[in-house]
Design a protein around this ligand. Structure first.
Ligand code: BES
Ligand code: ZN
Length: 639
C-alpha cells in the first residue's frame, strides 16, 4: 500500500478536526492512552492491523482454562478507537476458533476470517459500524504456539498440570484476538477461571490474591492500567506458591523449588535499586519473578511486573543472575520504550544488554561485569562470522524482515552489536553525560514505540548536537545501518581472561595441572576456559578436564552447555549420557538448538544421536524450541 493511502485516515482526521486522539467514552478515564507512530519506518509487516484507521486501546479477557481439552475459551472484549468514516477493524489471530463477534448490546457483528499465513496467522476483519466495544467469543487450539500445556509429569512437583504462555514476538495472537503489533499499546484486564487447586498469575496487577471460589473452580482477576505491547500479555497456571524477596520483589514457583529459587534470587531487590539509581524510577509497581518448569523455551522473558524465568538459572550459587538483571532492565528498555516493529528489535535487546551489564557492575563489581562483556563480545564475533557467510544483511541493527519470520532477526547482533553501539557512545561522550542522556531518553519516550530513526533523531538532538566531535568519533549511521562492525568498535578485554588464554594453551600440552585452582573459579571463568580450549582434544585430556572441573556432575547450565559443546566437537562418547540427560531435562532453545546443530555437524557419529534423542525429547519442548529444532534435525516419521 502506498504511503499516501496509509496516511489517508490521518489526513482525513486532520481535515475534519474531529479526532484529536482522545479516547472513546467506553475507555475509563484513568487509563493512559498510548500513541501509535505514523512514521513510515514504523509500519509493522508482521501485523494485519491498520491502527491509523481503527485501533485496539483496551483488551478485557474472560477465559476459562480447560486442562483436559487444552484450551482457553471465553471472550476478549476490545475497546476501539475508530477514525471517522472507518467501518472495519482488522485483528491478528492464529489458530483461533472464532465463534461470534458482538457489540456491547449483544448484537451480532459481521466478521470474516481470511486464509491463514503460516507465520502471520489469519486476518480477522470485523465490520464494527458505530460500535466502539466489540466482544469476540473464541477458543484456543490445543496446539496454540504461545501456550504450552504440561502434564503433571512435566512439572517439578509431578502432581498437577501446568500452563504457561510466551507471547514474544508474534505469538499472543494464538491466544488473544487483538492487534498483535508492538507499536499498538493496549491496557488490559482479565478474569481467568481455573481448577480450584491451581493458582493463576499474569503480567499485571493481581486483584484477587487467593482467587474467588466458584463451584469447583477459582476465578482470578488482573489489571494492567499502563498501555503495553501485546507481546507482553502473559499467563501461567499451576501449583504455584509465592515467597517475598523484598519490599516490592518476590518469587513465584512450584512449592518444591520455592526455597531454592528464593535463595538464588536474594539480590533482586538490590538490583531494582541499582537499576533505578541508573535510569530513573521503576514504573511498574512490583517486580516479581516466576520460575517456570524446565521446558520454558527462553532463559527469561520480561513480562511486566512478572519476569518469566527458566529453572536453569538455579545454579545454587547465584552465578547466573545476570539473566535477572537483563529481564529487569527491560522494564525500561523494551517495556517502557518499545521497538515499534521487529525490524528494530535491537532497541529492546541491545539497550537491555548494555543496561544489564551496568546493573551487574553496580551489584557485583567491575571485574565480574567486564568478564561478562568480554563473553558477550566473543558471542558477537562468532555470530558475525556465521552470518557474514549466509546472510550478511542480517548483521545490520535495523534489519529488513518483510516476508520473514521475526525470529530470523533475533540473533546476537541485536543484543551484542546493539550493546557495543551504546558502549561506543558512552566511550565518546563520557559515562556521566551518557547516563544523563539515557535517563532523559526513557522519560521522553516512556510508554511509546521507538524506531532506529527515532532514536538517532533523539540522540542528535539531546546529546550529539552539543559537541560536533562526537558524531565523527562514533559514526552513528554506520552503527545503525551498515553491516558488520564499524572501525570505532572497541573490544572489551578482561585481564583475567588474558591469564586464562595462557592456561588454555598450556592445558593441551600439560593437562589438568595447568588449570591450577579451578575449584574456586566463577561461572564466567569456567565458561571462558571451556570455550578457549582447542576444539580438538584427546579423550584422555577430556576425561582429565571432566574430573578436574567436575563437569559431569555440575548443575550449572552454562558450564554444562560449554562442556557438552566441547565434548560433541570431539565425538567424546562418555559425555553422551549427560548430553541426553540435559536435552531431556530442559527445553531452553539457547541450549537445545546449538547442541542438536553441533550433533548434526558430526556426521555419522552425531546424526543418529541427534535423531534418537530428539525423537524422545521433542514432545516435551515448547513450540518455539520445536519450531527451531525441526529445521535442523529431520525425524524419519511424520509427526
Ligand atoms: N525478550 C527476550 C526473550 C525473547 C527474545 C523472546 C526473542 C522471544 C523472542 C529476553 O529478554 C531475553 O533476551 N532472554 C535471554 C536471556 C538474556 C540474559 C540474554 C534468553 O532467553 O536467553
Ligand atoms: Zn532481552
Amino acid at each position: 500500500m502506498s504511503t499516501l493511502l496509509r496516511l489517508l485516515p490521518l489526513i482525513a482526521c486532520a481535515l475534519l478536526a474531529g479526532c484529536s486522539g482522545k479516547s472513546p467514552s467506553s475507555v475509563t478515564p484513568t487509563r493512559q492512552v498510548a500513541p501509535v507512530l505514523a512514521d513510515e519506518t514504523a509500519r509493522d509487516v508482521h501485523s494485519y492491523a491498520q491502527p491509523l484507521s481503527a485501533r485496539v486501546q483496551h483488551v478485557d479477557l474472560d477465559l476459562t482454562a480447560d486442562f483436559a481439552a487444552k484450551t482457553l475459551a471465553g471472550t476478549a472484549s476490545l475497546d476501539l478507537e475508530v477514525q471517522p468514516g472507518v467501518t472495519e477493524v482488522l485483528l491478528d489471530t492464529r489458530d483461533l476458533n472464532i465463534e461470534s463477534v458482538q457489540d456491547a448490546a449483544g448484537k451480532a457483528l459481521p466478521w470474516v476470517l481470511a486464509q491463514p499465513d503460516a507465520v502471520l496467522g489469519a486476518k480477522l476483519t470485523v465490520t464494527v459500524g458505530s460500535a466502539r466495544r466489540i466482544t469476540v467469543r473464541y477458543r484456543t487450539s490445543p496446539t496454540a504456539a504461545a501456550l504450552q500445556w504440561l502434564t503433571p509429569a512435566q512439572t517439578a512437583g509431578k502432581q498437577h498440570p501446568y500452563l504457561f504462555s510466551q507471547g514474544e514476538a508474534i505469538l499472543t495472537r494464538t491466544w488473544v484476538p487483538t492487534q498483535d503489533s508492538p507499536g499498538i499499546r493496549q491496557t488490559w484486564t482479565a478474569k481467568i477461571t481455573a481448577p480450584e487447586a491451581l493458582r493463576v498469575v499474569m503480567s499485571a496487577e493481581q486483584q484477587t490474591p487467593e482467587g474467588e471460589r466458584v463451584a469447583d473452580a477459582r476465578v482470578w482477576r488482573f489489571a494492567m492500567d499502563k498501555p503495553v505491547a501485546p507481546y507482553l500479555i502473559a499467563i501461567a497456571i499451576g501449583d504455584i506458591q509465592f515467597k517475598s524477596l523484598g519490599q516490592r520483589t518476590g518469587v513465584y514457583t512450584e512449592p518444591v523449588m520455592l526455597d531454592a529459587a528464593a535463595a538464588e534470587l536474594e539480590d533482586v531487590e538490590r538490583m531494582v535499586e541499582a537499576a533505578e539509581s541508573l535510569y530513573g524510577p521503576y514504573r511498574w509497581g512490583r517486580y516479581d519473578l516466576l520460575v517456570l518448569p524446565p521446558s520454558f523455551p527462553f532463559g527469561g522473558m520480561e513480562n511486566p511486573r512478572l519476569t518469566f524465568a527458566t529453572p536453569t538459572i538455579l545454579a545454587g550459587d547465584k552465578s547466573l543472575v545476570s539473566l535477572v538483571a537483563h529481564e529487569l532492565a527491560h522494564s525500561w528498555s523494551g517495556n517502557l520504550v518499545t521497538n515499534a516493529t521487529w525490524a528494530d528489535f535491537w532497541l529492546n535487546e541491545g539497550f537491555t544488554t548494555y543496561f544489564e551489564n551496568r546493573i551487574m557492575e553496580r551489584v557485583y563489581g567491575p571485574d565480574a561485569a567486564l568478564m561478562l562483556r568480554h563473553l558477550g563480545w566473543q558471542g558477537l564475533q562468532s555470530q558475525l562470522t556465521s552470518l557474514s557467510a549466509k546472510a550478511a544483511a542480517d548483521t545490520r541493527l535495523h534489519i529488513d524482515l518483510a516476508g520473514r519470520d521475526p525470529d530470523d532477526g533475533m540473533t546476537d547482533i541485536a543484543y551484542e552489536k546493539g550493546a557495543a553501539f551504546l558502549r561506543s557512545i558512552e566511550a565518546a561522550a563520557g559515562r556521566e553525560r551518557f547516563d544523563l542522556y539515557l535517563r532523559g531518553y526513557f522519560d521522553r519516550h516512556a510508554f511509546s514505540p521507538q524506531t532506529t530513526a527515532g532514536f538517532l533523531r533523539d540522540l542528535n538532538e539531546h546529546l550529539l548536537a552539543a559537541d560536533e566531535t562526537l558524531e565523527a568519533r562514533i559514526n552513528t549511521r554506520a552503527w545503525a545501518y551498515d553491516t558488520g562492525l564499524p572501525q570505532t568498535a572497541v573490544a572489551p578485554q578482561s585481564p583475567r581472561f588474558a591469564q586464562l588464554d595462557a592456561v588454555a594453551a598450556q592445558f593441551a600440552a600439560r593437562g589438568a595441572v595447568a588449570l591450577g585452582e579451578v575449584k574456586g573459579w566463577n561461572t564466567a571463568e569456567r565458561v571462558y576456559l571451556l570455550q578457549s580450549l582447542p576444539r580438538k582434544l584427546s579423550a584422555a585430556r577430556l576425561q582429565e578436564l571432566d574430573t578436574a572441573m567436575g563437569l559431569s556432575a555440575t548443575h550449572n547450565s552454562e558450564v554444562r552447555f560449554a562442556w557438552l559443546r566441547l565434548a560433541i566437537a570431539n565425538r567424546y562418547s562418555p559425555a553422551v549420557p549427560q548430553l541426553e540427560a540435559f536435552l531431556g531435562e530442559m527445553g531452553r532453545r539457547k541450549f537445545v538448538l546449538p547442541l542438536f546443530t553441533d550433533l548434526m555437524g558430526q556426521g555419522e557419529w552425531g546424526k543418529p544421536i541427534a535423531q534418537r534423542v530428539y525423537a524422545a525429547t521433542r514432545s516435551g519442548y515448547h513450540s518455539v524450541t520445536v519450531g527451531s529444532v525441526d529445521k535442523v534435525v529431520p525425524l524419519p516419521s511424520a509427526h
